[in-house]
Design a protein around this ligand. Structure first.
Ligand code: ZN
Length: 138
């Protein structure tokens, strides 16, 4: 696939979710949506952008990640307060979190069986259950 078609594809994808395909959004999206699904933080994406010669501020990276999350292009995984990962895989699945390395690894949703959940509080419904299994080096 050539660079032009990737660019066109990304532009379409942004338009489809109602985001104006600005240069910065397209540049960042081109870095995010390549290869296999992966998890990133604002810092790792900012570093990737710098390496690729894309000049954006960390604040812009944050804003873009949150905008993409709001429209469903990404899924945010809050590991600790102040520590968020963004997942290009928005389908239902869970995560191992390697506390020592600060790395997430996918767990297939079929591998987690929840035997019992409380009823949702009155007037609400369960929209999703996220499981984070925290692991440390043994
Ligand atoms: Zn994931």
């Amino acid at each position: 696939m050539n660079a032009h078609s990737v660019h066109a594809q990304i532009t379409d994808r942004l338009r489809n979710v109602g985001l104006r395909p600005t240069r910065q959004r397209v540049d960042l999206a081109s870095l995010m949506f390549v290869g296999e699904d992966h998890h990133m933080t604002a810092e790792t994406l900012h570093r990737d952008a710098s390496s690729a010669g894309v000049s954006v501020s960390l604040a812009t990276v944050y804003n873009t990640l949150h905008q993409f999350t709001q429209v469903g292009l990404l899924r945010e995984i809050v590991v600790d307060s102040g520590r968020s990962y963004f997942d290009t895989n928005t389908s239902e699945h869970h995560h191992f979190y390697f506390e020592d390395k600060g790395v997430l690894e996918d767990i297939s949703s079929a591998d987690v069986v929840l035997a019992e959940l409380p009823d949702a509080p009155a007037g609400s419904k369960i929209s999703r259950v996220d499981v984070i299994v925290r692991v440390t080096e043994a």
